[in-house]
Design a protein around this ligand. Structure first.
Ligand code: SAM
Length: 240
């Protein structure tokens, strides 16, 4: 099994306890980060009718639920919300929670969607798990309409190393593997999470990667004093 297959099979194994573990381990604050990201993206996009939002690495579908709710509050019509993820286990949970949405088993690197078809592509706490990240960014760029947005939420590596980021690392390295292991019965998976953040790029490095495939950065923000990052980038109108 290669590295990517191992990651996906780890998510297959923890799929059933993923939602409850996620809510407990993040103290529920991830909901606010998701809503803020979505609202900023919708206000940046400025369209009242949206054909297609693709949520990549959709897992059990929470982000898709937030897209639907937040768009409705703003009276924005979204014709189609599609979730993409290579983990059958995660998607099976998502399908039961959200029967109104379409899901597809595929990788971020090969989504199999038409070029220039998506208005918005989001990926929440997923890009860290995509081994061939640049290939995924090229795929996102190809799939987006001109003027379309990519919205990335992620725990990026913090280069400033302040008190909050050190506390986050302590929580993630020492406490989360134990709690996550207890909830899911899979300690290995919850040891992978902090390790994958430690090995991951900073948000500035990710912005540079996005720009190198043609994206134009609109927002690069962090929430809760650097715990979570939000990047919103656009496929420029001149890039058609
Ligand atoms: C931490 S979960 C996040 C799930 C969901 N987005 C959320 O916010 O709860 C990471 C997800 O990334 C998915 N994943 C792993 N490798 C991937 C790939 N190459 N392409 C797309 N998704 C991938 C996993 O299957 C898993 O569902």
């Amino acid at each position: 099994m290669d590295k990517q297959q191992k990651i996906v099979s780890m998510f297959d194994n923890i799929a059933k306890s993923y939602d409850i573990a996620n809510r407990i381990l993040s103290f529920g604050v991830d909901k606010n980060w998701r809503k803020k990201g979505i609202n900023l993206a919708l206000s940046t996009y400025q369209k009242e009718d949206i054909d297609l939002i693709v949520d990549v690495a959709c897992g059990t579908g929470d982000m898709m639920g937030f897209w639907e709710k937040e768009a409705r509050k703003l009276e924005i019509e979204v014709a189609h919300i599609l979730g993409i993820d290579p983990s059958v286990g995660m998607v099976d949970v998502g399908k039961k929670k959200f029967p109104q949405f379409e899901f597809k088993i595929a990788s971020a690197t090969e989504m199999g969607l038409e070029s220039d078809s998506a208005d918005i592509i989001s990926i929440a706490y997923g890009i860290r798990n995509v081994v061939e990240r640049e290939k995924a960014f090229v795929e996102f760029f190809k799939t987006l309409k001109s003027g379309g947005l990519v919205v990335i939420l992620e725990f990026t590596k913090d280069r400033k190393r302040g008190l909050v980021s050190r506390s986050r690392d302590f929580y993630m390295n020492k406490i989360l593997p134990i709690l996550g292991g207890m909830i899911s019965g899979n300690r290995e998976a919850y040891t992978y999470l902090p390790n994958s953040i430690g090995d991951f790029v900073s948000s500035e490095e990710m912005v540079a990667e996005l720009e190198s495939v043609g994206f134009e950065t609109i927002h690069n923000l962090s929430f809760s004093m650097g715990v979570s990052s939000l990047i919103i980038a656009r496929k420029g109108v001149s890039d058609v």
